[in-house]
Write a protein that binds this ligand. Sequence first.
Ligand code: PLP
Length: 355
Amino acid sequence: MHKRLFTPGPTQVRPEILKELATPQIHHRAPEFSELYADIQGKLQTVLATQNAVLLFTSSSTGAMESAVTNLVAKKCLNLVNGAFSKRWHQITAGNGVPCDAFELPWDVAVKPDMVDEQLATGQYDAVTLVYNETSTGLMNPLKEIAEVVKKYPDVFLLVDAVSGMAGAPIETDAWGIDFVLAGVQKAFALPAGLAVAAVSERAFERAKTVPPRSYYFSLPLMLKSHLKNQTPSTPSIPHMYALNAQLDDMLAETMEGRFARHAKMASIVQAWAKKHFDIYPEDGYWSKTLTSVLNTKDIDVPVLIKRLADDYNLRISNGYGDIKNKTFRIAHMGDTQIDETEGLLRAIETVLGL
Ligand SMILES: *Cc1c(COP(=O)(O)O)cnc(C)c1O
């Protein structure tokens, strides 16, 4: 029996969208492919409020994270770290031999604009990485305010992992001046994993031309060259592209405002529930709109809760991540999940726990 996913990635995929994956295969150098690519392009630009090119990567989000730091750091990168995924981006940066420093905070503390200002004022950096929505902790960093600070430093590029935020919470790519913003489609896009998207600014493509190549598969100059022909350099996952195109139509029919409002509503319901019965892990004011990391103040047996929800209700939630496993558990309210489904999940948890 299928277990409905309330996990912060992968998320539940609707059957109509799964069917799109079975569209008969086309050739990636045929005109119908370029039509599909261009079609997706325009819709992604609407979702991301951008005129920038939105590249498609046949990889999970990690590939796009790697592309950002290998292509766009000429001098040194500042990795802002306050959770598992931001820490991973630092490891990706260092692991590719890209000069970098980590600015580390406790996992329940948000990155504040003045902290970024202080770091960038040292003049050492020409790029900064930020995770918009830390999926490991349910913390949403103040992207807009941080972007404003980064703008004060014209040579510094803002690289954003919006993996579990994009398509669930607003991102004004052009207005906020984000040079590279990426996401994998298995989170708030509600598609199977295997494709990532990234909006890349013009000046980012310019810098990428001057940075010594560190990657081939993820080379931005090579991807741009193909992009201008509505193609990808290597053979992409075309089934994913059909599914993405259909999903984008449904998203735009809901409207982005409507989609963001639904996410905000689900977040407020789960947050109120968590506050009533438990507590919430990250500091006040920075709770995620797409998932809630519940602080296990009742010391419940989290693996037992997860197993009973799966066995008795066919519902799946996630334990906490890494060091905060069992101390927290995570409920996703993202993608195509509806308000009544979220409320149903909370009722099931109450029954299991006898709340
Ligand atoms: C899931 C996630 C990733 C890693 O994504 P993959 O698609 O597994 O490579 C990176 N960053 C954030 C914030 C995530 O939620």
